[in-house]
Design a protein around this ligand. Structure first.
Ligand code: HEM
Length: 185
C-alpha cells in the first residue's frame, strides 16, 4: 500500500515537473512559460520562466525581420545586454548575444568585444504572419557583457523588432518596461 502511494507521488511529481519544463523548440505551449507581457497590442509578446539558475524566454511577434530583447540599459539602449533572434521564413534561425555600447547602439556581439556567447539554447519558427523565438541562458553567466537576471523583483528591459534581417538595421518598433520577474516556478 505504502509502495503504491510512493509510486503515485513519484508519477505526480514527474507530471508536475514535465508540465513546467520548457522545450526550446520554437513553439509556445499552454503552461510552458510562467509569466508573460504584451507590447504594442500583441505585436511583441515576451514570455519567461525561471528554472533553477537558468531563464527561458520566448518572443512571439509579427515582425518581418529580427526580434530582440535588451536587459537593464542605463539610458535608452546604452549598456544594455541584448539577445537578437533571426527567424527566417526558410527555417534558418540565428541568435546573437550582444551588448549596446551607446545610447543608440552600436551593439556588437559580445564575442566581438572580448566577451562570450552565453546563449545556451535557441530555436525559432515562423507560421502565418508571426514568429516565435525561444532561448535559454544562465541567470548569472559571469560574462561582463551579460547582465545578471534576477529571479524575482523588478527588472528593466527594452524590446525591439525590425522589418529587416540585417543586424545593423534599425527597429521598426521599440519600447521599455519594468518586469516583475515573479520568482522561480
Ligand atoms: C541596429 C540596431 C539599432 C539601431 C540603429 C537603433 C537606433 C536607435 C535610435 C536612433 C533611437 C532613437 C529614437 C528613434 O530614432 O527611434 C533608438 C531608440 C531606442 N532603441 Fe534602438 N536601435 C537599434 C537596436 C535596438 C535594440 C536591439 C533594442 C532593444 C533590444 C533597441 C531599443 C530601443 C529603445 C527602447 C529605444 C527608445 C525608444 C523610444 O523611446 O521610443 N534598439 N534606437
Amino acid at each position: 500500500m505504502k509502495r503504491n502511494l510512493a509510486a503515485a507521488l513519484l508519477l505526480l511529481g514527474i507530471a508536475v515537473s514535465a508540465a513546467h519544463a520548457v522545450d526550446v523548440d520554437g513553439k509556445i505551449l499552454p503552461g510552458e512559460y510562467a509569466r508573460e507581457v504584451s507590447f504594442d497590442k500583441g505585436s511583441f509578446r515576451l514570455l519567461w520562466r525561471i528554472a533553477g539558475d537558468k531563464v527561458f524566454m520566448a518572443i512571439d511577434s509579427d515582425a518581418k525581420g529580427w526580434v530582440a530583447i535588451g536587459f537593464e540599459p542605463t539610458r535608452i539602449m546604452a549598456n544594455s545586454d541584448m539577445i537578437f533572434g533571426f527567424v527566417e521564413t526558410s527555417g534558418g534561425v540565428r541568435a546573437v548575444d550582444a551588448w549596446s555600447t551607446g545610447m543608440f547602439g552600436p551593439h556588437p556581439a559580445d564575442t566581438a568585444q572580448g566577451g562570450k556567447d552565453s546563449i545556451l539554447s535557441f530555436a525559432g519558427l515562423r507560421s502565418g504572419n508571426r514568429l516565435v523565438f525561444e532561448f535559454s541562458r544562465a541567470l548569472d553567466t559571469g560574462d561582463k557583457f551579460d547582465k545578471i537576471i534576477p529571479a524575482a523583483g523588478t527588472f528593466k528591459i527594452i524590446w525591439a523588432h525590425s522589418q529587416s534581417m540585417d543586424f545593423n538595421a534599425k527597429h521598426s518598433k521599440a519600447g521599455s518596461a519594468a518586469l516583475d520577474m515573479g520568482g522561480s516556478y
